[in-house]
Design a protein around this ligand. Sequence first.
Ligand code: GLV
Ligand code: GLV
Length: 322
Amino acid sequence: MKIYVTRKIPQKGIDKLVAKGHEVDVSQKDGVLTREEFLAALKQKPYDAVLCLLTDKIDKEVFEVVPTAKIFANYAVGFDNINLNDAKEKGVMITNTPGVLTETVAEHTFALMLAIAHRISEADRFTKAGKFQGWGPMMLLGNDVSHKTLGIIGLGRIGSRVAYHAVKGFDMKVLYYDVKRDENFEKEYGAEFKSVEEVLRGSDFVSIHVPLLPETRHLINTERLKMMKPSAYLINTSRGPIVDEATLVEALKNKTIKGAALDVFENEPALAPGLTELDNVILTPHIASATEETRSKMSEMAAENIIAALEGKTPPNIVKIN
Ligand code: GLV
Ligand code: GLV
């Protein structure tokens, strides 16, 4: 059968599809397809499946240009780029890549947390600029992570894994908010279930791990940033629009909070004006799952979802649409 892949991805998944005898067309563009390019690409052949990315907006118009496609396999755990109601209406299956990227994203979250607390990026810029004139007792003082309180907003797979590192590796205290309380998790990690506001008020570091939904958009806004301690740091490796980014820039300028480390942006790849001029922020370009190991597993998982769907089976990572 015919499969379209919207961008070059690690070869493992492509090989799996080819090994099943499928005809695979991979976009040859070195970059994200524009809407026009994407729609034109889908019209090339009567594709049976599409392997798409979080940068591809998938909606009714897309489903209508490839009415033959039974499945859109998203190469991401998040699927806020896909209009699920349209998929349901058109009878198209949607899948994602949960689980395989949990540890990698949790590592990146911790890398950001340690980097902002220890001023790693600033120190790197300072050293490379030739400003290191000798050891200094007051030079580039940061903050400890160990024994501090970590607030986790969203205790899914990734949030739980971040808690694991925090508690087992850094003796941190964990406060968390989620739509569901998890008493087993509380027992295992000595964690406390709190409201979003209590998590913000009580934490030295706040890390966000919720999906992007209408009710999580701008979850972090002016009022909520003011609830945080002036000494606190905000980490976001989930989705940009969960944080009102312009407001965050103001809060960082005014020292409402001490710092932030972000892997995702409200209008990525655009950044809120002023963000790059701040020293108390670390920015990475949506790479929290970007390790060779994990991206390869994601490509295999997306391929397995397509293979199952094309064999008339329920794909292992089907997104349930209510
Ligand atoms: C990346 O952001 C993902 O959702 O996998
Ligand atoms: C995403 O995989 C999550 O559950 O955190």
